[in-house]
Design a binder for this molecule. Sequence first.
Ligand code: NI
Length: 163
Amino acid sequence: MALRTIRTEGDPVLGKICKPVKDITPRISQLIDDMLDTMYDAGGVGLAAPQVGVLRRIAVVDVSEEGTEPVILINPEVIEQEGEQTGEEGCLSVPGVAGKVTRPEAVKVRSLDKNLNEVIYEAEGLKARAFCHEIDHLDGKLYTRLVEGELHEVTYEEEEEEE
Ligand code: NI
C-alpha cells in the first residue's frame, strides 16, 4: 500500500486541465493503485489524479458503504445527464468544510477501463454526484465554485480503531 500526498486548495496543480491517458504504463497502473489506497485511507468516496499532483485524466470513485466497489475512470466524459439533486458536497482537497451543490440526479459516463476498453457507467444519486465532482477535477475545477450559500465547517468523528 502506497499513500500519496493529497494536494489542497491553493495548490496550482488543482486548477490545471489534465491530459488524456493513451497507454497504461506501469507508472499509470501504480498511480491507480496508489490513488485507491489514498482515497480509502482518507475516507473519501472519490479522488482524481491532480489531487495527488498528476495531470492525467484518471479518477477513482467508490460510494459503497464497505468501500469494496471501486470504479476506475480513465478519460471519462459525461455523455448524458438528467434531473437535478441538491446536497452536501466536500472534497479531500478542501478539508474540514462542506457546502451545498446542485448536480445532475443521473448521468451516463463514457470511460475507459484499466485495459483501455470503453465502458459506459450509468449512475444516480451520490454516485452521479461523485462522478461529476471527479470529472470536474480533471478540468481544474473545484466544487467550491458551485457552492450555493456558504461553506460550513464539518467535523468527522475519528474512526474507532479495530482491535
Ligand atoms: Ni474533490
